[in-house]
Design a protein around this ligand. Structure first.
Ligand code: DX5
Ligand code: ZN
Length: 218
């Protein structure tokens, strides 16, 4: 069985020592970069400068999660800064098909994110175009929140929808993920797990990455 991929969120890293913290997760499969605009979500994080900084500090692909309003206006900034995969929120995008097509036309992988209250059914007419679907398992904006258990049922429905469509996008789960719930997430069909506080709050972040991967792999 293929092992689950781990995408540590640098939202919980020490931004004054970002390069050092990236060396502490050299076994990660992706680096999750949470961009928050203080408008779509009630918090402001960082933008292209941090994406560029990550790009110069690591060869691990960058998984850029845009929590911004009107992503069509700014998605090119993040691709230019070095994003390997960009996810945009369904709730923030007026012309989602255009945005996804544009990201892919730039040679970047494209994904769509759903907030906890958004049903997977809204993906019906875009699913076949996607490299990734990201299900939020907390309300976006902050690290260290509690996992919303209903996500598991949503994940199973998404997996069934992918089988029905004959597609196999990466399925990522973000928020409140750790070694304690990675097993049930892997079993329900997750292929990429984001973890912020569970990785950077650990004494040994690389060991935490390995523990979550082990727990999540079927
Ligand atoms: C929340 C972000 C998450 C966050 C996860 O809005 O999208 O990526 O960093 O943090 P933890 O793993 O601590 O819940
Ligand atoms: Zn995120």
């Amino acid at each position: 069985s293929a092992s689950i991929q781990i995408s540590p969120s640098i939202l919980s890293a020490d931004m004054a020592n970002l390069a050092r913290d990236l060396t502490r997760i050299s076994n990660a499969d992706l680096i999750h970069v949470d961009v928050m605009d203080g408008h779509f979500v009630p918090n402001l994080s960082y933008g292209t400068a941090i994406v560029k900084a990550c790009k110069s500090a690591t060869d691990i692909p960058l998984d850029v999660h845009l929590m911004v309003s009107n992503p069509d206006d700014t998605v090119d900034w993040y691709i230019d800064a070095g994003a390997d995969l960009v996810t945009v929120h369904y709730e923030a995008s007026t012309h989602l098909h255009r945005t996804v097509s544009h990201i892919k036309s730039r040679g970047c992988k494209a994904g769509v994110v759903l907030n906890p209250a958004t049903p997977v059914d809204v993906l019906e007419d875009i699913l076949d175009e996607l490299d990734m679907v990201l299900l939020m398992s907390v309300n976006p904006g902050f690290g260290g929140q509690k996992f919303i258990p209903r996500t598991l049922d949503k994940l199973r429905r998404l997996r069934a929808m992918c089988v029905e469509h004959g597609v196999d996008p990466l399925i990522e789960i973000d928020g409140g993920v750790g070694a304690g719930n990675a097993g049930e997430l892997g079993a329900a069909g997750a292929t990429v797990l984001v973890a912020g506080s569970a990785v950077f709050g650990a004494e040994d972040p690389a060991q935490a990455v390995e523990d979550i991967r082990q727990a999540g792999t079927r």
